[in-house]
Write a protein that binds this ligand. Structure first.
Ligand SMILES: Nc1ncnc2c1ncn2[C@@H]1O[C@H](COP(=O)(O)OP(=O)(O)OP(=O)(O)O)[C@@H](O)[C@H]1O
Ligand SMILES: [Mg+2]
Length: 317
């Protein structure tokens, strides 16, 4: 551990002792120095992921400890005020953290919007420009075909068939990249379209069921589409599953979505805490859902497949 990191750390026992001592000192002298120390203790506690509830209990016990000295009746109001000021100072770091979390979420939302615009641009480029090039390749081949021997023509027809396939795949990719069906028809048809494409490429049966077919706010439709897209990519890359099921339903004011496979399974805790090179998929899912105020968790057992549970509040878009 670096000396700098060392000076940041504080053990829970030290935190308790320091807190009680500074708190008492503040009740006596109400100095700025004590408040500065209160802020510092709050900052360290926040950096060490000590929860608000723990701080409140610590404060309560410090207050109870200080009150055992016995206060005059007329002092109680002053003590209550100082106690509140002290606690507010301790929580300053938490408040800053909360604000910066909201700033981060709003930057992420903005980034996602930029990303979607960029994906739209790439999808159009792949569709139109690559499509044009393939048409040009077909025309050039037709030209060559005229003067070719019958044997060469057979070979050229094979190449033309390959070009057709490449064109079909490029079209499918460009639609999946930013499916117009998502804008035109909504989330469920877009996920069916995506599942269909993945199934064709991988020969993995993917069943999509849904108990609703209404349009959702655009941010939720795009966010959930991307989450399911990454989940299906993971299934095809890692799970060795034989069957996949995507289910979408509405429960009150929430959309629930599950992606289940019957493959090898994995432990998300281990995967996410893995040192070194980590994947970006699950983190990306988490970040997309943060923006939508949604959540996800994975149920999985080795050899028994995985199930991703995604929840998004309808007001989250
Ligand atoms: N459905 C699944 N079945 C089995 N293992 C999975 C499944 N989904 C994820 N995993 C495991 O979780 C790991 C992390 O997934 P994540 O999507 O975060 O990264 P990645 O797929 O390895 O890389 P990236 O998504 O950045 O291309 C995977 O490497 C894999 O070991
Ligand atoms: Mg992945």
């Amino acid at each position: 551990m670096t000396p700098q990191a060392d000076s940041m750390q504080i053990s829970k026992t030290d935190l308790t002792t320091r807190y009680e001592s500074v708190f008492r000192s503040y009740l006596k002298g109400a100095t700025e120095k004590d408040l500065a120390e209160a802020y510092e203790l709050g900052r360290k506690a926040f950096a060490q992921d000590i929860g608000i509830l723990e701080i409140v209990l610590l404060h309560h016990s410090a207050l109870a400890g200080a009150s055992s000295q016995g206060w005059q009746h007329n002092e109680v109001q002053r003590i209550a005020k100082l106690s509140g000021q002290f606690l507010a100072e301790v929580f300053s770091a938490y408040e800053l953290g909360r604000r910066s979390y909201h700033d981060t979420v709003s930057s992420l939302r903005h980034l996602n919007e930029l990303l979607e615009q960029e994906l739209k641009r790439i999808a159009h480029a792949v569709h139109d420009e690559a499509g044009q090039l393939l048409v040009a390749a077909h025309l050039a081949m037709a030209d060559v075909m005229c003067g070719a021997t019958p044997r060469m023509r057979g070979r050229l027809r094979q190449v033309a068939r390959l070009l057709d396939q490449a064109e079909k795949h490029l079209r499918q990719f460009s639609h999946e990249l930013r499916p117009t069906v998502l804008d035109d028809l909504g989330l469920v048809p877009a996920i069916r379209f995506l599942a269909n494409g993945v199934s064709k490429r991988t020969e993995l049966p993917i069943r999509v069921t849904s108990s609703f077919n209404r349009r959702l706010p655009p941010a939720i439709e795009i966010g959930l589409y991307r989450v399911v897209q990454e989940a299906l990519t993971n299934v095809t890359r890692h799970s060795r599953a034989r069957n996949v099921r995507v289910e979408l339903r509405r429960k009150g004011e929430k959309i629930l979505c599950t992606v289940q496979d019957d493959g090898v399974g994995f432990d998300p805790q281990t995967v996410l805490s893995k040192n070194g090179k980590k994947g970006l998929g699950l983190i990306g899912i988490q970040e997309r859902l943060n923006v939508l105020k949604g959540t996800f968790h994975v149920k999985s057992q080795s050899g028994r497949g995985s199930k991703l549970f995604i929840t998004v509040p309808l007001g989250g878009g």
